[in-house]
Design a binder for this molecule. Sequence first.
Ligand code: V47
Length: 383
Amino acid sequence: MLRTSSEILKPIREKVEAGERLNLEDGVLLYSDEVPLPELGELANLVRERKNGNFAYYNINTHLNPTNVCVYRCTFCAFRADLRDEKGYWMSDEQVLARGQEAVNAGSTEMHIVGGLHHQAKYDWYRKVISLLHENFPSLHLKAWTPVEIDWFARLTGKSIRWVLEDMVDAGLGSLPGGGAEIFHPEVRNKICEHKADSNRWFETHRTAHELGLRTNCTMLYGHIEEAYHRIDHLLRLRELQDVVLQEGWGGFQTFIPLAFHPDNTGLDHITKPSGPMDLRTMAISRLMLDNVPHMKAYWIMLGVGTAQIALSYGADDIDGTVRHELIYHDAGAETPEILSVDEIRRIIEETGREPVERDTLYHRVQRDESGWRAGEAIAVAN
Ligand code: V47
């Protein structure tokens, strides 16, 4: 006899309601058309509200991509340039400092720094990007470098990942962003970015950062050549590290950001961008599978404002920030604005019935007065 969609979802619903873990088979099933999106969203929202109530977090942030010239040729990337490309650039110290000043003038609490691996740049230059910003603008939290960069720095210096991370912290690094994760499973990773840091190296970097007490984010790039199995495998690998980290009482993953593939100007431009329903399904499944990660981010730059708003009821509790100078998605065809004002981002959240809360990178409430901003109380998240 045919089972109705409610019957198919029932065992998973029971697990979620009881606070039990979902497994690989559950996750793959949730990606099937037999599971209706509204019911899936309702379950994810249950977990989201259990953990984060009615709050929706945002920050005031600025991006810095110090160079787009890159030795790697990931097929999904529209941002990179060859050494002699006309679009290639490599920022001077003055340009980096000007970006820092602009960020501080705009009230930013965070600078998100990632970029290409320039054929001619030495490790000391990457370190200087961090130390210059930290020394001149100490109030800015520097969320910088993915494991792909940290791995490259280890190769450039002949040192370990731990050494590079400690040296970068010494220069002013505050945390790691979530990029470079793509899809961990080698069946996919070897096709879309075969040369750069593999999943073992990615996890070694985050695990070491966590051991050093740093907080980090994590991502998944979906909607290209991967299948449901690869996505769930990816989420489970993240959940496994977070289990260890929480048990040891180290830093850990704060936020997961599902990243929808944007095909324009990439080596995969024959693929259609994931649909709104696929974006919402992936957000909801991520919330349900990653039961030990406190926050889910609906990155409005990548989802579009409308889908990001709906995602706040499909598992997400964070919408990223005001964002200025974003290049990675805009080079790949994103049609979202380049920046939102604080009033706009708060309105976007309020329109969904959620309560906007400005946070800093490490999830403290931000308090502002005429003299500037300071980190207030830590944001509590229920298990
Ligand atoms: O690692 C690159 C992805 C990532 C494309 O930590 C693409 O708070 C889609 O990690 N289509 C960088 N995705 C962005 C990132 C991020 C973004 C926002 C917040 C945080 C955070 C992290 O973007 C890359 C790669 O996975 N990416 N090209 C593309 N064409």
